[in-house]
Design a protein around this ligand. Structure first.
Ligand code: 5AD
Length: 328
């Protein structure tokens, strides 16, 4: 009943509102999660080091057209302070995330990666957007381990409407490029975008499997007042949970975070995701003075003690290993 062989099965499960079927789906996803990636919650540290962005994504508060956004860029030494703090807590992954800042010097980032890798026994994940093969290569050879680049939606027409001036093909090529360079690669989508259908979400999940991704981030759309989608409703959190469950069952081995966007709707959804397939918590270590400026969507929760609430309510332990990709 919950074995998923393709798109039709996915759409049927994403569509159903039948409570016993939905809870059966969630329970099965939870079992698959336990079998393939274990029972612990992997803890990772995120540093949002710059909110400069040259893109004009329709849903994102950091879009280049938003001149109300106050821009910041952390210095190397500020970033190293955050990394030192993450290390001191025994967290073994740092995710360096930023807007897509064309003015960033790729060699600056390469030096930063080398510095982190030489001082700490820590995995470095980059999440800085679309760059040239050569940049990706230099960062990999400087020691970067992983890269996150969300496809956001696999519907090409919708992708191009939401991302003016960007190319769907280029985004896919970047993901392939990163894989070929030996990064552990993550991607993901947004659930509840205007114009998105259940079939389209099913296609996203087919894509995750086809790309054989190591990490998959799935989150609900949250409207931001300074964007073209300001008057839309937020994505359906229950549907997002179903998408996570279906993704877990279909891809089995991927590391799946419970994303912060859930908390913008209700903190309970961020907890709930851990019972339907998610196994990663990304804790924010962006310094206080910058945190509110990283305004991709409103209502970003300060997650100070949430991981403990979650381990308490789920009875699961924290995994403080690097949390590398699991292969089956
Ligand atoms: N709602 C939900 N997710 C968003 N993102 C950006 N803006 C929004 C929004 N308004 C997500 C995108 C992006 C990641 C950094 O945050 O998936 O890749």
């Amino acid at each position: 009943m919950y074995n998923i062989s393709g798109r039709e099965d996915m759409v049927r499960l994403l569509l159903t509102e039948d409570k016993p079927i939905v809870s059966g789906l969630f329970n099965f996803a939870d079992e698959i999660r336990k079998k393939y990636v274990g029972d612990k919650i992997i803890l990772r540290g995120v540093v949002e080091f710059s909110n400069f962005c040259g893109n004009k994504c329709f849903y994102c508060g950091l879009n280049a057209n938003n001149d109300k956004a106050k821009r910041y860029k952390m210095s190397s030494s500020e970033i190293m302070d955050s990394v030192r703090y993450i290390d001191s807590l025994g967290i073994r992954t740092v995710i360096l995330q930023s807007g897509e800042d064309r003015d960033m010097d790729p060699l600056w980032l390469a030096r930063l990666i080398k510095d982190i890798k030489s001082k700490y026994d820590m995995a470095v994940t980059l999440s800085v957007g679309e760059w040239a093969h050569e940049d990706y290569r230099i960062w990999k050879s400087s020691g970067a381990d992983r890269y996150l680049l969300k496809i956001e939606t696999t519907n090409k027409a919708l992708y191009e409407t939401l991302h003016p001036g960007m190319s769907f093909e280029n985004r896919i090529n970047c993901i392939k490029d990163l894989k070929s360079l030996g990064y552990q690669v993550g991607s993901g989508n947004i659930v509840g975008l205007k114009g998105q259908t259940l079939e389209s979400i099913a296609d996203d999940i087919m894509f995750f499997k086809e790309m054989d991704l190591d990490m998959i981030g799935i989150g609900p759309f949250i409207p931001h007042p300074e964007t073209g989608l300001c008057s839309e409703g937020h994505g359906d959190a229950e549907l997002t949970l179903k998408a996570i469950a279906v993704t877990r069952i279909f891809t089995k081995r991927a590391h799946i975070p419970s994303v912060t966007a859930f908390s913008s709707i209700d903190k309970d959804f961020r907890k709930a995701a851990f019972n339907v397939g998610a196994n990663v918590f990304m804790k924010n270590f962006t310094p206080e003075r910058y945190y509110d400026l990283y305004g991709i969507y409103p209502g970003r929760e300060k997650d100070s003690d949430l991981i403990h609430e979650i381990t308490h309510s789920t009875g699961r332990e924290i995994d403080r290993s690097k949390g590398d990709a699991v292969y089956v």
